[in-house]
Write a protein that binds this ligand. Sequence first.
Ligand code: ADQ
Length: 472
Amino acid sequence: VPRDAPAAGTSQFVVVANRLPVDRVQNDDDSSGWALSPGGLVTALIPVMKDHGGTWVGWVGSADEHIEPFTFDGYGIMPVDLSAQEFNEYYEGMSNATFWPLYHDCVEHPEYHREWWDSYMEVNQRFATAAAEVAAPGATVWVQDYQLQNVPALLRQMRPDLKIRFFLHIPFPPSELFMQLPWRYQVISGLLGSDQIGFQDPGSARNFAHLVRRLAGMRTQGDRIFSPDGRVILARAYPISIDAQEILDLSRTPQARAEAEQLREDLGNPDKIFLGVDRLDYTKGLRHRVRAFGELFTSGQLDPMRNVYLQIATPTREGVARYQVLRSIIDEMVGRINSSVGRIGRSPIEYRHASYPKMALAAMYRAADVMVVTPLRDGMNLVAKEYVASHDSDAGALVLSEFAGASLELKQAYMVNPYDLNGMKNQLLRAAGDTHANHVRRMRSMRKQVFRHDIDAWANSFLTDLGTERPV
Ligand code: ADQ
């Protein structure tokens, strides 16, 4: 154990997440070090970690590698190892080919494999053991997301003294779908090891409470669940958010302004820039969206000479078969549309399969006249909030799927049902053609919402919400 490893059993605040908050970086002298990985959750929780002598338990991101615990910037890092086989079975399999589609309304078929489940439980046990090792007596442990749903119960078995909280970043499905899961009872029992279970929206919390009554036979009242061992478990919605001020500051920098202008010019100074920014995931509704734009450009309702649809698709889960198929489908759709409308040197759809630095994203948000966020199902969708936060005086319009959690907060968006192609096409035209005054009015009210309910407000409301219990 290296000298600066966090001492066992001393952390008052422990975060358990699939991934660690740090990425390995190569230093100038060719040695390697660690840097904070960008992301809302990390930004929100690091101050709490520092204040409370916290430790983050997570996987380093590469398989078959062992890393000793270490201290980073004043808090502990406790790596959990995964073998290549566990990466396939626990991560790409059970997490991303079973839970992910099942929890997103089965927009793709979930696969059920017993070996995946065994691996999932084994890895969950490893995360729980690591958390049990670092947590001080009575500490708060905050477990994140669908990869670790059994950690709460496994942890409680070892450490009943801990305050265990859980947050699910994706939707919790209706019982009609959840009941397919061969391990449905185990998953519910796993979650019920928590003292508090957070969801993105009230519908998810209700779905969960319904299942708890049905599968575990427990009594519930509003957002309280009464467990036979005498515990009262809180299960309710805490919609996640972004660091709105940081995004706004970034979008106001001279560099972001300059990049935004350059982008507009590179796109041929179109009348309107429509923008999509998503991980290349089948839940994000890309097929439906590209199809809608294809029809609008082909029919001339959107003039392909004067409008551009810029779609950024972040590479993701490239080892999972469904994602490879989706990539080919989108490549083909975009190619077909661009080869039949527009002209040489002018493509109506600009499609990039790549990651971008935050600054470049800020510039794109700034340049976009219409932001298009049309998932088939999405827990929240931070891109929608980022777009709103980066528009101050200039207006801009947000087209938003009613199946994104964000639609419950951003009520002034141009709302669409992405399955209704004609409806979506109409809303795209309406958003683009609306008056400046309407854009300003809608944006103002959405900005108020996003700035009032930012990521700090989210973390605070979650961590202080145990009724009479002490915070953190
Ligand atoms: P995701 O499905 O990943 O998150 P989202 O909420 O949109 O979706 O967050 C994506 C993040 O990645 C955004 O902050 C965005 O700026 C960034 N990003 C996207 N494309 C990028 C690119 N090409 N380059 C760089 N950055 C890029 C899951 C759930 C969501 C929920 C979040 C948080 O599926 O519903 O909102 O967790 O709880």
